[in-house]
Design a protein around this ligand. Structure first.
Ligand SMILES: O=C(O)CCC(=O)C(=O)O
Ligand SMILES: [Fe+2]
Length: 302
């Protein structure tokens, strides 16, 4: 039997740069409140060990799973698109017609990894999320992905991929330690669906026409990562990400991101994988996924 420590490089001492913020709020950077993601070196572990660790931690941080040059090539390509598009680029445009990105996320190492983790043929969502956060830009509010994509299997994984090196001050992803074990505390939140709306409210026609995406809720668990951590316990975990790294986590793992305190773009993608044999959330499948548009909305009398 391998001892757990043989599976990872134990982080020596981890000293985050002072002044890290998320949503403009100064994070508590004391060792009991902020720490480093545990690394898993995929080539050195069996499928059973991968699953065990996913169950235990709610995430796997996989340094160098992907080819660094391939990632840096996508970083260059997307940076050019941003420069050409001025301020008008959308995350959709950056992921659309991007063959190198599709190759990175949906062929080769990535698919092989998920087949190993999930134990069978894998299917991915057709929608690719791409995020370009300008220098000085704000992080993402704490949430679990289930509220955006919970109409299929719960046995679904997100892959967060930094497109370039993303050290802490450039604003990478954070996972809230052991939050995947808080299903009882988070039960109300986890059973919500962000595309359910109230038909008996005045703005219902705006939701039905697509004029408005959200009636009053965008899926956040909290707007305050500091008080959320104090309430749920655990540490916010992140790292100095490098091009080629992947962070994968499950649907009930609370995550958020750091603000970008640098003067360069933070580029990243997020994509989703599940067993091909299990049901998939229809909002994210097909040539032109309906996403959070009118066709994905479910009306209820509230
Ligand atoms: O990149 C971010 O800031 C958020 C990403 C995210 O929420 C995800 O990958 O599920
Ligand atoms: Fe997310």
């Amino acid at each position: 039997m391998n001892s757990p420590t043989s599976l990872s490089t134990p982080p020596p001492t981890f000293t985050p740069p002072s002044g890290l913020t998320s949503l403009g709020l100064a994070l508590d950077l004391a060792p009991q409140a902020f720490g480093e993601l545990r690394a898993t070196h995929e080539a050195q572990v069996t499928p059973a060990e991968l699953r065990e660790r996913m169950l235990e931690d709610g995430y796997l941080y996989l340094p160098g799973l992907l080819d660094r040059e391939q990632v840096l090539n996508i970083q260059r390509l997307v940076t050019e698109r941003i420069a050409q598009g001025g301020n008008s680029h959308s995350s959709h445009d950056l992921a659309q017609n991007n063959a190198p990105l599709a190759e990175l996320l949906y062929t080769g190492r990535m698919i092989e990894f998920y087949e190993k983790l999930l134990g069978g043929p894998v299917k991915h969502f057709d929608h690719t999320w791409f995020r370009a956060v300008a220098g000085g830009g704000s992080g993402t509010y704490p949430h679990c992905d289930i509220v955006y994509m919970g109409r299929g299997t719960f046995n679904l994984c997100t892959a967060w991929v930094p497109m370039g090196d993303v050290p802490l001050d450039v604003g990478g992803l954070m996972v809230l330690e052991h939050s995947h074990r808080q299903a009882a505390t988070l039960a109300n939140y986890l059973q919500r669906d962000v595309d359910v709306y109230c038909t008996n409210r005045q703005d219902a026609p705006d939701i039905e026409s697509g004029a408005k995406t959200w009636q009053d809720w965008d899926g956040r668990l909290s707007s305050d990562p500091v008080s959320l951590r104090a309430k749920l316990g655990g540490r916010w975990l992140s790292t100095n990400f490098q091009a080629g790294d992947v962070l994968t986590f499950g649907m009930g793992t609370v995550h958020a991101s750091l603000d970008n305190r640098s003067n360069r773009f933070r580029l990243s993608s997020d994509s989703r994988y599940q067993l091909a044999s299990e049901p998939a959330d229809e909002r994210w499948i097909g040539a032109n996924p309906i996403a959070h548009g009118p066709a994905g909305k479910i009306g209820k009398i509230c």
